[in-house]
Design a protein around this ligand. Structure first.
Ligand SMILES: Nc1nc2c(c(=O)[nH]1)N[C@H]1C(S)=C(S)[C@@H](COP(=O)(O)O)O[C@H]1N2
Ligand SMILES: [Mo]
Length: 373
């Protein structure tokens, strides 16, 4: 969890990490991802590989706080306990029998873009590739709750993963655990997901069963689900109160990190690319947890953005939207391209992200430098 992780992972360790994931996985493991740390596995997708609507499991970014547990795909038991009328233990097949639904959703880590903040906060040194989109198939949490019936005094639903460890500056070993307000748990698209892009969820993405929470940053989507607990009081765990909070170090109390902030990325051309003089098609993705993206503006060379990109039709209310822009690259030399997305609620990206202690939610516009020849 330190900014130097990237430089301490040498090429052989990287290869080792790939081999390890590959050995552990029937699906073939990670392909062409940038490994930030091998254990626990943290890896991001190169931007140029985010061009398709869906991100393959083998290319999807991985964010893990602890070493991933080894769970049995069929024998795994999920417990549903706490302030409920009817506690339950069920395996993935029992869960699936409750009826599934498929939702295409973009998952983004709250730390995505952290390295763009000044001064650099500690934490995984994510570029812009801690984001991906998949078709998630699973049982709505809502259906499970209708079955177990939370008691009237239940206020939150706690999701506990099977991974455990000791976070920095804590004494005890803890599991990765996060709660949702009851209303968010009952969102029809909050899923106990069993499949990702039509296949069982690979171990590093939280199989056999993980949570998927639409519109919220990735920390809410608890992997390796082992226990669900209805709580009569708000959860006060480490990953709820000590991390995943915006702490602006300005004397105000920290506020929880929840909804994904509006953002766009330029997928092509890549930063540092050379382009022939003439028309260059600029392509990218744009998304927001606050509703669909309604506009993407393009700025060239630091001027106020004056032209709009063309938005492709949305593929899902919870997923990114592709866009493209025909750039007249007439002047040779270096040029800076930026994209600014606006969502349905009127939120728009700015040039500089707001610094906060742990480096979350930096949705500043990305700058891509292209040399026209
Ligand atoms: N059990 C568990 N769930 C977890 C995490 C974790 O470390 N342990 N990381 C969270 C974070 S911070 C993110 S961004 C997403 C990443 O999901 P992915 O690795 O499938 O991309 O998982 C979330 N769920
Ligand atoms: Mo995350």
């Amino acid at each position: 969890m330190i900014a130097t992780t990237l430089t301490t992972v040498d090429a052989s360790q990287r290869t080792l990490a790939r081999q390890k994931t590959r050995e552990a996985l029937p699906g073939g493991g990670k392909e062409r991802v940038r490994i930030l740390s091998a254990e626990p596995l943290n890896a991001e997708t190169p931007l140029e590989d985010l061009g398709d609507d869906l991100t393959a499991q083998s290319q999807f970014f991985v964010r893990s706080h602890f070493r991933g547990p080894n769970l049995s795909p069929r024998g795994h038991v999920l417990e549903v306990v706490g302030a409920v009328e009817r506690a339950l233990r069920l395996n993935p097949a029992d869960l699936e029998a409750m009826g599934t639904r498929t939702v295409t959703m973009t998952l983004e880590c709250a730390g995505n873009g952290r390295t763009g903040l000044t001064p650099l906060p500690s934490g995984e040194p994510w570029g812009l590739g801690a984001v991906g989109t998949a078709r998630w198939t699973g049982v709505p949490m809502r259906a499970l709750l209708e079955f177990v019936r939370p008691r009237p005094h239940a206020v939150e639903i706690l999701a506990i993963g099977a991974d455990r460890g000791r976070p920095p500056d804590t004494v005890d070993e803890i599991p990765f655990a996060r709660s949702l307000p009851l209303a968010k748990a009952k969102d029809p698209d909050t899923l106990l997901a069993l499949q990702m892009n039509g296949r069982p969820i690979l171990p590093e993405h939280g199989g056999p069963v993980r949570l998927i929470v639409p519109g919220w940053y990735g920390m809410a989507s608890v992997k390796w689900l082992e226990r669900i607990e209805a709580l009569a009081e708000p959860f006060r765990g480490y990953y709820q109160l000590d991390r995943y909070v915006y702490d602006h170090a300005d004397g105000n109390p920290p506020t929880p990190v929840r909804t994904i902030r509006v953002r766009s990325v330029i997928v092509s051309p890549r930063d540092g690319d050379a382009a022939r003089r003439g028309q260059v098609i600029v392509r990218g993705k744009a998304w927001s947890g606050e509703g669909v993206v309604v506009r993407v503006q393009i700025g060239v060379d630091g001027a106020e953005p004056s032209r709009d990109a063309t938005l492709l039709p949305p593929i899902s209310p919870h997923a990114w939207r592709a866009w493209e822009f025909a750039w007249d690259a007439t002047n040779p030399g270096g040029h800076v391209l930026r994209s600014y997305a606006t969502d349905a609620k009127g939120n728009r990206q700015t040039d500089v992200g707001r610094w906060n202690r742990y480096g979350y939610g930096n949705n500043a516009a990305q700058a891509v430098v292209v040399t026209v020849q």
